[in-house]
Design a protein around this ligand. Structure first.
Ligand code: TRP
Ligand code: ZN
Length: 872
């Protein structure tokens, strides 16, 4: 905590004054502390003029000594502050030795070196290394590391660090040691160390050129049988990167450690990934189909970082999307190749619209490459990650697949071993593809979601299609220049037959018109196919045109989107009516006819059918309004769901029957799709309390051999007051008491239960022994599940939901500021809500604003209170 947090600016970048070629670290792990001794081979950076003093970052540790070329410095030769060690007038080339002591046992920040269960592990990105030892904690200082670890052999039989184990052995007093050498120079954020009593599963992978890579996955004992899907996914990812980009793994071993306490999903430390167990564990009876997909994709994501992130890294943290946008893009393409391509893409689009668009339209809107920050950990955002990936996708689309793959290889060759910028990446793309990306660069610089309006006129067999763009102001950026926006379109006739091949239009001015001729009748336009650009499309298409696209569009994204647009028309009208105190608006017959057509001619892809029958989420409905009324949205969505369920009850009964399990659980597209349709049918039937639904859901719960079906049953029962609900929930808690990640599902389900007393239930669970305030997964399940997944509960009119979250943010901020700041982000977009809700959210933010806060949470709260002064 500091009174006056420092804001850092991208424009202030200066090269490091000194470079570190080698870092030899020694960790002496003891019961109540760890002693660290670091020896650096240092030389003056010829490119820097700044040589008076040299600053090494370091926080929350006890300094012991510092020496230059083995001569210990006296107190007037260096200065120590809260967060740095400054050495005056260092020589041209020297060896620096620093000794310090850290306390992993009492480090609850989950940054630096800390304890998770029986494991001591590290997390250094973004600035955790400066909690381990004194070092210039910035990614453009790259060193070759040697790491020696010594510890009690019984408590910590497994010792790990990046690279190859080059020495190990016994020591006196029951202790042992191991020494690791990482041949690749790396920034300190990729450093990792692990010590513990761990179980392991082992496998191997032979690369195309014949390198045999030893694959190991460590977890606490007893969890090994939940790790096989992650191991299989790793091998899939290794093969995919060879087949697609020609990239082979570059070390002899690839080690992954899964820990229970982790702030994010996983971390790509060179050769030694550390994962949240939530992104590794997946067994049929403990994990759902979405968990299986998540594990597969995060394992692949971290693996892909080995090139896009580790071999070529970021010069400074403003460039974060250089590695994250590109790696998410690679992960997205991998996922598309593994699953149902259409539905995988639909899920990516949904994430953009439901989570990224709101961020881009709220108080925390920032460009993919931010201009300033207070706390870097607040910038691991959906914008940097997912919008960053969409920007890469646009480049790939403009270049064409083969040219894009070649351009990525050119970028990796050109900058191998370097710490570079987004500009360097874009230049490499231009060099290799020949594209002119001058205007396109604005996607990195300007925040906000462009709105693209589509207007058509049909006359004399000719269709005139006009696209126009406008991007609303965002904090710190009032004027927006025009974006270069690729919009893919296709044209269909009245029977849904294509009358023109898909084509990509480039909208790079405020407005542009294209004409297409030779039509007998006005064609139907399918626009933004595959979501070719991260924009909000404004197109008042007729119900009939939407129904046609919903029935026939060859692009699954547009087909799904047409269904969404039809649902949204009714929902928006109904929400509006409810807000104005008017009679609810009912769905038109055309909507039911369109659903009937879909049910009569369902797509072969079961997951696509399920997606098309799923109503837009509350978040998506909220996005249609200037001012969100959570209660009107909830009421309208429930009403439409009931109307559809009533009309098609017989069809949903049939679907449930046809999609029941035939054999043992397998995770593949066909089976996951089947389970999705079953869950969807039960959900609709539960919405109208269809006869026998409780028994049916309870029976599914009892008979299921897998967590996906069991969760579908629990969700169908979730909101009812019925002994059957309590019986299955209790059974669930008893069965999975020793599986914390499974108990997270139990916590989340209750937090999301739509009941008048859900806040009181959340408060009860906060005090339950099955909850643990020091574990981020538990917090995300209970508090995240409540604040994000139970909108009516969170926005309860007496303000108790806001008070609850504010209470917990304050309590959490003292332990884990990163996570507290993330929770505070839920309150920040108060302006998007109707007055009653906005006032309550604002009051909670003001209460936070008046308290003593970490820099992390302070930055978010100030942005919410519009006091940050500088946001872009
Ligand atoms: N680099 C990680 C990834 O996306 C993200 C990450 C893991 C992280 N742990 C973190 C970022 C802690 C900030 C803080 O793969
Ligand atoms: Zn990443």
């Amino acid at each position: 905590m500091s009174g006056n947090p420092q804001r850092k600016y991208r424009a202030d970048y200066a090269v490091p004054a000194y470079l570190i070629d080698t870092a030899d670290l020694d960790f002496d792990i003891r019961d109540d502390h760890t002693a660290v001794r670091a020896v650096y081979g240092v030389r003056r950076n010829p490119e820097s003029a700044d040589t008076q003093q040299w600053r090494l970052d370091g926080r929350d540790m006890r300094f012991v000594s510092v020496a230059i070329d083995d001569r210990e410095l006296s107190e007037n030769e260096y200065r120590l502050t809260d967060d740095a060690l400054v050495v005056d007038n260092p020589p041209e080339r020297f060896t620096l030795t620093v000794e310090n002591v850290i306390d992993p046992e009492h480090n609850l920040s989950l940054e630096g070196f800390y304890r998770s269960g029986d494991i001591l592990c590290s997390q250094c990105e973004a600035n955790g290394f400066s909690r381990i030892t004194y070092f210039p904690d910035r990614p453009d200082v790259m060193a070759r590391y040697t790491t020696r670890i010594s510890a009690d052999a019984k408590t910590f039989p497994v010792l790990l660090a990046n690279g190859n184990c080059v020495d190990s052995g016994e020591l006196d007093g029951g202790r042992h040691y191991a020494v690791f050498e990482d041949p690749f120079a790396k920034p300190c954020y990729l450093f990792a160390i692990v010590a513990g009593d761990l179980g392991v599963i082992q496998d191997s992978y032979t690369t195309t050129s014949g390198r045999e890579v030893d694959l190991r996955l460590y977890t606490e004992h007893g969890n090994e049988d939940q790790c096989h899907h992650a191991m299989a996914s790793l091998k899939q990812a290794m093969a995919w990167d060879e087949d697609t980009y020609g990239l082979e793994y570059d070390l002899d071993s690839y080690v992954t450690v899964a820990v229970g306490s982790f702030n994010m999903g996983a971390m790509e430390n060179k050769g030694l990934n550390v994962f949240n167990t939530a992104c590794i564990f997946a067994r049929a009876d403990t994990a759902t189909d979405s968990d299986f997909a998540l594990v597969r994709d995060v394992v692949a994501h971290e693996y892909f970082h080995n090139y896009t992130g580790n071999r070529v890294t970021c010069r400074d943290w403003f460039q974060l999307s250089l590695k994250e946008g590109l790696t998410v893009y690679r992960e997205h393409q991998f996922a598309i190749d593994q699953g149902s391509p259409g539905v995988t893409r639909i899920r990516q689009v949904r994430t953009m619209r439901e989570i990224q668009f709101p961020e881009d339209g709220g108080p925390r809107a920032h460009p993919v490459r931010p201009e300033s920050y207070v706390e870097m950990n607040n910038f691991y955002t959906i914008t940097v990650y997912e919008k960053g990936a969409e920007v890469i996708r646009m480049i790939a689309q403009m270049a064409g697949r083969e040219a894009f793959l070649a351009a990525v290889r050119h970028y990796l060759d050109k900058h191998d071993g370097q710490a570079v910028t987004i500009e360097d990446f874009v230049v490499a793309m231009e060099e290799s593809t020949g594209l002119d990306l001058e205007q396109f660069r604005r996607w990195y610089a300007q925040a906000g979601t462009p709105r693209v309006r589509v207007e058509t006129a049909f006359d004399n067999g000719e269709l005139a299609l006009t696209l126009s763009q406008h991007t609303p102001a965002t904090p710190g950026q009032n004027e927006k220049a025009e974006f270069d926006i690729p919009v893919e379109i296709a044209l269909f006739d009245a029977n849904g037959a294509p009358v023109r091949e898909p084509e990509v239009l480039r909208l790079n001015t405020a407005e542009k018109t294209w004409t297409f001729d030779g039509f007998d009748a006005e064609p139907t336009v399918s626009a933004l196919r595959g979501f070719t650009a991260p924009v909000r499309l404004e197109y008042d298409q007729s119900d009939a045109a939407l129904a046609r696209l919903m029935a026939h569009d060859s692009d699954p994204v547009c087909r799904w989107d047409a269904a969404q647009a039809l649902y949204l028309k009714t929902l928006v009208a109904d929400v509006g009516a409810r807000c104005d105190g008017q009679a609810p608006v009912k769905a038109p017959d055309l909507l039911f006819d369109a659903i009937e057509t879909l049910l009569d001619n369902p797509p072969a892809d079961r997951e696509l059918l399920a997606e098309m029958l799923t109503l837009p989420s509350e978040a998506m409905i909220g996005e249609q309004f200037e001012a969100i009324d959570v209660f009107a949205i909830d009421a309208a969505r429930s009403a439409l769901k009931q109307a559809i369920a009533t009309r098609f009850a017989v069809r949903f009964e049939a679907l449930a029957g046809e999609h029941a399990a035939q054999g043992a659980y397998v995770f593949n597209v066909a089976e996951a799709g089947r389970r999705r349709v079953l869950a969807l049918a039960l959900d609709y039937l539960a919405a109208i309390d269809a006869p026998g639904i409780v028994e049916r859901a309870a029976a599914l719960y009892d008979a299921a051999d897998n967590m996906t079906d069991r969760m579908a049953a629990l969700e169908a029962l979730r909101d009812r007051s019925d002994p059957a609900r309590d019986r299955v929930l209790d059974d669930f808690a008893a069965t999975w008491a020793d599986y914390p990640l499974v108990m997270d599902k139990w916590l989340r389900l209750q937090a999301m239960t739509r009941r008048d007393d859900s806040i009181e239930r959340v408060r009860e669970l906060l005090a339950d022994s099955r909850f643990d305030f020091t574990n981020p997964n538990r917090i995300r399940a209970l508090l995240g599940g409540f604040a994000r997944g139970n909108r009516p509960g969170f926005h309860r009119t007496d303000g108790a939901g806001y008070a609850l979250i504010a209470d917990e943010i304050l309590r959490l901020d003292a332990l884990n500021p990163q996570l507290a700041a993330a929770l505070a982000g839920i309150l920040a977009p108060w302006r998007r809500h109707v007055a009653a809700q906005a006032n309550g959210m604002y009051a909670a933010l003001e209460r936070l604003g008046a308290a003593e806060l970490s820099d992390n949470t302070r930055e978010i709260v100030d942005a919410g209170l519009e006091r940050s002064g500088e946001a872009a």
